[in-house]
Design a protein around this ligand. Structure first.
Ligand code: NAP
Length: 260
């Protein structure tokens, strides 16, 4: 399948680790130009280097996305460098365990800043250029928005917001032929996931429990499997798909519990 992504420019937030790194590399392998936006300078440089060595095109911007001005600068930098933006992949986030009982109003707002506000800010600042390119927005959400997890109010609220904004933006941007979709992971082995599982009292047992409940093949989803869906949605081969919330999770979120 020719995805026709040659020379198209995509911003990938958190594009140097985990799911974001897989998205960056898969887009570049399809001929797209990737702007990796993350706060780890060395992490960003490593992935850019890897892409360039594989004859792909990428550059990076070291950015703390919680800062709205930095989001604006990222869009400006991308425009100055490449002159167009064909897609925004909102991916960066962190499951920061800000809960109801032990959290605080301040921590809750900070969690929304880390997980939701930069999705809006980047979409807002990139919109004039996405209108010109009839581009795409793809938001990475989480199963937590639908299932809950316990002890993560801020992250859950943010991911619920991501799903709502996906539908809302798909509706608002119909006149511009900008498609907006969300891809929802459940259990993907990444640095974020590893940190989370290691924060639990008995990580090994917890891990075995989780894996045994993933219906399809009793295994984690790979970052590359998430990336393949994102890249398809980024391409014109999904040209009539918008406002969709697509679960790439081995059936974890929705299949009958007797199957797990
Ligand atoms: P990850 O391994 O932690 O990678 C995320 C990358 O984004 C890291 O490089 C991180 O930098 C960067 N980042 C995070 N917040 C940032 C900020 N405010 N400013 C700049 N850079 C930032 O995470 P992942 O597991 O790939 O998760 C990617 C997305 O998938 C997230 O939205 C997450 O909620 C979602 N998700 C993942 C899973 C899963 O099973 N892994 C499940 C459901 C949803 P640092 O390394 O410096 O933190």
């Amino acid at each position: 399948m020719n995805l026709d992504l040659n020379n198209k420019v995509f911003i990938v937030t958190g594009g140097a680790k985990g799911i974001g790194a897989a998205i960056s590399k898969t887009l570049a392998a399809e001929g797209a130009i990737v702007m990796i936006a993350g706060r780890g300078k060395a992490d960003n440089a490593r992935v850019v280097d890897e892409i360039v060595k594989s004859k792909g095109r990428a550059s990076d911007q070291t950015v703390e996305l919680v800062n709205a001005d930095a989001c604006k600068e990222l869009v400006q930098f991308t425009m100055e460098k490449y002159g167009r933006i064909d897609g925004l992949i909102n991916n960066a986030g962190v499951n920061d365990s800000i809960d109801l009982e032990h959290g605080s109003p301040e921590k809750f707002v900070q969690s929304l800043q880390k997980n939701l506000l930069h999705y809006y800010n980047l979409a807002h600042f990139a919109l004039p250029y996405l209108k010109k390119s009839k581009g795409v927005i793809i938001n990475i959400g989480s199963k937590v928005a639908e299932t809950g997890q316990g002890h993560t109010s801020g992250y859950a609220a943010a991911k619920g917001g991501v799903n709502a904004l996906t539908r809302e933006w798909a509706a608002e941007l119909l006149p511009y032929s900008i498609r907006v979709n969300a891809v929802i992971p459940a259990e993907v082995w990444t640095p974020l996931y590893e940190n989370w599982i290691n924060s639990l009292p008995d990580p090994k047992t917890k891990l075995e429990q989780i894996v045994s409940k993933i219906p399809f093949e009793k295994r984690f989803t790979t970052s590359e499997e998430i990336a393949d869906m994102v890249v398809f949605l980024a391409s014109g081969r999904s040209s009539h798909t918008t406002g969709q919330i697509i679960y790439v999770d081995g059936g974890y979120t929705h299949l009958d519990r007797s199957l797990s």
